[in-house]
Design a protein around this ligand. Sequence first.
Ligand code: ADP
Ligand code: S3P
Ligand code: MG
Length: 174
Amino acid sequence: MTQPIYLVGARGCGKTTVGVALAQALGCNFVDTDHYLLESTKMSVADIVAKEGWEGFRRRESGALQSVTAPGTVIATGGGMILAESNRQFMREHGVVIYLRAPAQILASRLEAFPEEGQRPTLTGRPITDEIVEVLAAREALYNQAAHHVVDATRPPAEIVEAVLTALRTARAS
Ligand SMILES: Nc1ncnc2c1ncn2[C@@H]1O[C@H](COP(=O)(O)OP(=O)(O)O)[C@@H](O)[C@H]1O
Ligand SMILES: O=C(O)C1=C[C@@H](OP(=O)(O)O)[C@@H](O)[C@H](O)C1
Ligand SMILES: [Mg+2]
């Protein structure tokens, strides 16, 4: 596998968790665009948003996407990476895009257990359950548009990794 693999999906679908395990299974490098921003700016997502607004954060994450793109790399994106058409096009052109899909109730229960406020400042100011329903409704079509493969992300991480590997193998054989 030399093409980069991009994991997309809503907050809490497991892009970061599954990305680490997938990279290990493939013997690839792993990068997370939010971790890249944290390391390169020394600011959390919440810090960047407080200082520059969501617009500033979105500009920086588009830059991060281009910076981390390299052969032999599994890339966990932030949940809003697919908002920009240019990012969707960039990912589709440069690699294989996998959408980790899970329903709002599952995402909400994971995020309520581990909110990680520095990583996930509120997007709407609404309670987490309402926010996720709203955000998924606005983005589901974009996740699907960006994706070469859609994988059920309600299972344990090891099973999701297996499903991604199967999707990659099937695509290569066809
Ligand atoms: N497949 C899974 N099953 C159960 N919990 C999960 C799964 N994937 C991730 N989690 C948990 O959900 C939370 C968010 O996971 P994370 O990988 O940070 O998601 P994302 O990067 O998509 O926002 C973490 O606490 C993580 O342990
Ligand atoms: O959905 C979003 O708009 C965001 C998701 C977060 O990443 P995760 O999806 O890894 O939580 C992070 O990039 C930022 O808080 C914005
Ligand atoms: Mg993440």
